[in-house]
Ligand binder design. Sequence first.
Ligand SMILES: Cc1cc2nc3c(=O)[nH]c(=O)nc-3n(C[C@H](O)[C@H](O)[C@H](O)COP(=O)(O)O)c2cc1C
Length: 300
Amino acid sequence: MRRLAQRFGAALTVTEMLDSEFYAGGDRQSALRAAGAGLDPHVVQVAGCRPESLAEAARLAEAAGAAMIDINMGCPAKRVTGGAAGSALMRDLDLAIRLIRAVVAAVKVPVSLKMRLGWDQTALNAPELARRAEAEGVAMLTVHGRTRCQFFASNADWTAIRAVREMTSLPLVANGDCASREDADRMLAAAGADAVMIGRAAVGRPWLVGDVAHHLAGAPRPAPNAAERCAAALEHYRTLLSLFGKEQGLRHARKHLSAYAVQSRRAEATALRTRLVTSENPAEVESILANLFVAERAAA
Ligand SMILES: Cc1cc2nc3c(=O)[nH]c(=O)nc-3n(C[C@H](O)[C@H](O)[C@H](O)COP(=O)(O)O)c2cc1C
């Protein structure tokens, strides 16, 4: 996904978070996620609540080729916040700062920080965390315009991100619900941010981030054609199977296959989606993917 997104023009892609206890403890899955072959720049995100483990995870990621380490203080999941990591750190800024300090001291590469607006509407402390993080040497901030208690409910509040802009001069990335060039324009204007981060909207559309990036750079490009989209989906599927092996690869692939089917906008997208996510036969999946977007063009 990250390689495809970069090839289509994404400026920066970040790994899913690596649990620092697992990664520092030698977990092979984490090491696989931290591997950055074909990525430039390669950015690894770490999560945790113990300074020694987070620092060790950052050191390992740097050794694995990371050009930047991102610290997760935005994840709302109970299994993460229950362990006092992710967005739970927004309730304990002193611990958050100790973690940031440990990571900044552990690596030579820049360290960035991802956060939400705060824990809930009564504690919108992202500006405070941003100010303190900047003083610790953090190089870039990403703010998802929701509180932890909102999880993914309602709309991201892009205007609320502006309070962080006013508190720091660091490069600021706005995040949450950006799904188009127009969204990116409105988001940047509302937040006063320097860049946008796109998550969910790019699933099934790894070309979306580059499309928005070219637009923001003032050099919009036509969307990839049907054959290029098919090639991307096929490459994605094959790579997942070869990276994780057939059994696990098929599991990982399902959400992407489902999203590619939806993005095909075919009349029979629902039936195709069912076949794609239930098939255990790679040859069958590949033959559907090879024509998924081509039929869209024929229908248009
Ligand atoms: C299934 C799922 C997994 C996610 N995993 C991470 C993660 O590992 N690290 C992270 O910083 N954000 C993670 N996020 C949050 C997204 O990066 C992003 O902040 C959020 O989805 C809002 O942006 P979007 O509307 O563009 O998706 C995850 C979101 C979802 C839905």
